[in-house]
Unconditional design. Structure first.
Length: 389
């Protein structure tokens, strides 16, 4: 449901009702809900959910534009600072709106197909394509200003190596091959070799960032640290022309929505306005990590890029209803990681909370990033991605 503002004639003496802050009610609208595959015949009373408004609640908005024809690919000014674009909902034609609906429907169908043979097959899932508004644009500008000089500098140093890599006769950073690279031993990731590249094979990278949007992310500045990190990764990938997938997830919003995925950026539908959607990352409810990892890992596994990197930003261990916690959830995550590593996906876990030991045990020490300093997190993440080029 989207509430539209009521127009009032100037000079009218209509009295406003005073709202009590303690009784405020919020109905969140993250996008059109695709309820295909849901059993809705006996859930008439569960069509909506009323939530008490919290301090970090987002404002619902149906304003979105997909008109990126007049925006530069990176959205950056000549001095490297982000350019500001006024939201113009009128610029989105009916054709574009239909394309957006079709894309969201496809994301839902694909995600449900991925988990259909897993322990999550009965979990009611909805993939959202979040809107954005002027406040999101302003927040993006505020957070990105201090990040862009560092991001541009890392990209400037990375691009020459990327150009050299494209022209190289050898594919580097392999677990096996005919040529040993002594300089790679310092990384301790077992990718010490290079192998002769076939004429049709080109070096490439695709990046996936999974953001845990559990309620605990609201504590100790973790939410803003996650936003700054995804901004840095997104802008770096734009500068280096790297396909990037940035999704957030939460669990147990309602009985009809047991798993929520938020598709902020997607390499199948690049939109210069996606950078503003990133500001809709929120601390929401529980977390069903294994399901989110499976959905994203499958997208990366079938992509044509040579290197497939999936980074999970999380502050705690998995916990969702019913009984998706403890050893059961851990076993599911480990199985997912092992399955998709065999398909060529590289996993990394960026731990920004109190459960670092648990996260390290789940992912393994070789895949674990201990983010002790949240301020340094964005630059550290970008450098890790640059290394995988």
């Amino acid at each position: 449901m989207v509430c539209l503002p009521v127009w009032k004639k100037p000079g009218s003496n209509v009295k406003k009702k005073k709202r009590k802050s303690d009784d405020a009610i919020e109905i969140r609208t993250w996008g059109d809900i695709d309820e295909s595959g849901f059993d809705t015949d006996s859930h008439a009373a569960e069509k909506g959910i009323a939530l008490k408004k919290s301090a970090d609640s987002d404002k619902s908005s149906s304003r979105v534009t997909d008109d990126s024809a007049h925006i530069e690919r990176t959205g950056l000014g000549d001095d490297g600072s982000p350019t500001y674009h006024q939201t113009n909902p009128e610029s989105m034609s009916e054709v574009e709106k239909q394309k957006e609906r079709d894309f969201r429907k496809k994301l839902n169908q694909d995600a449900r197909a991925v988990v259909s043979d897993s322990i999550h097959k009965k979990v009611k899932l909805i993939v959202h394509r979040p809107d954005y508004d002027q406040e999101d644009q302003q927040e993006y500008v505020r957070l990105s200003k201090e990040l862009m000089p560092t991001v541009k500098e890392i990209a400037r140093k990375t691009l020459p190596y990327l150009e050299h890599e494209v022209s190289s006769d050898f594919a580097r950073n392999r677990c096996y091959g005919s040529k040993f690279q002594a300089e790679s031993v310092a990384y301790r990731d077992y990718r010490y070799f290079a192998k002769k590249r076939p004429p049709t094979e080109s070096p490439s990278l695709v990046v996936g960032i999974r953001v845990d949007e559990s309620a605990s992310m609201s504590a100790f500045g973790r939410l803003e640290a996650a936003k700054r990190a995804v901004i840095a990764v997104y802008e770096f990938c734009q500068l280096c022309d790297i396909p990037v997938l940035i999704y957030g997830d939460t669990a147990d919003v309602s009985k009809l929505e047991q798993m929520s995925i938020f598709a902020y950026t997607d390499f199948d539908k690049r939109d210069a306005h996606d950078r503003y959607r990133l500001m809709r990352i929120r601390a929401r409810s529980n977390n069903r990590d294994g399901m989110a990892l499976r959905i994203m890992a499958e997208r990366l596994a079938v992509s044509p890029q040579q290197t497939k990197l999936l980074i999970s930003i999380s502050d705690g261990q998995p916990k969702a209803m019913d009984e998706y916690t403890g050893s059961y959830a851990v076993a599911d995550m480990k199985q997912t990681i092992e399955e998709y590593e065999r398909k060529g996906v590289i996993f990394l876990a960026a731990a920004i909370g109190q459960d670092k030991d648990v996260i390290s045990d789940i992912y393994g020490k070789e895949r674990f990033l201990d983010i002790a300093n949240l301020h340094e997190f964005p630059a550290k993440l970008v450098r890790i991605i640059a290394r995988h080029l």
